[in-house]
Ligand binder design. Sequence first.
Ligand SMILES: Nc1nc2c([nH]c(=O)n2[C@@H]2O[C@H](COP(=O)(O)OP(=O)(O)OP(=O)(O)O)[C@@H](O)[C@H]2O)c(=O)[nH]1
Length: 138
Amino acid sequence: MKIIPVTCALIIHQGKVLAAQRSETMDLPGKWEFPGGKVEAGENPETCLIREIREELGIEIEVVEQLPVSDYSYPTKTIRLIPFSVFWKSGEIHLLEHSRFAWLDKNNLISMDWAAADLPTVRYLHDNWVTLVIQTNR
Ligand SMILES: Nc1nc2c([nH]c(=O)n2[C@@H]2O[C@H](COP(=O)(O)OP(=O)(O)OP(=O)(O)O)[C@@H](O)[C@H]2O)c(=O)[nH]1
């Protein structure tokens, strides 16, 4: 099966990370995820992520670092999730596609109803919390 590359942003701000809930009109309705989206043909992952975050949240970000990639097979597709830690540079958050967002701290990270593909990234974030918070603190 073809593997679909999907980027996602761990937007870490004031010691919390932004999670977004997929709306009823999206795939996996009601699941929580890190905002981002599919990499288009000829696009590099960082450029994709900057574009997707503009389209979904209306903010500008700076990519800090790529984090470990993981593959996950849903019944109808396999995605390759490419996460990045990012710094929120400017703009106000407006939800243009998702139904809700939340700023999570380390303690409420694990209890969210995440899209299944996100669990390795959630675990990585949990286990490397302090390093990632310091790294994105400007
Ligand atoms: N953005 C994002 N997508 C995720 C995550 N985890 C996960 O399983 N996905 C899946 O990866 C795919 C990404 O598609 P998308 O719908 O967000 O991206 P897009 O806007 O480029 O695609 P589209 O407009 O063709 O649907 C969806 O099937 C989504 O369910 C995640 O953390 N972030």
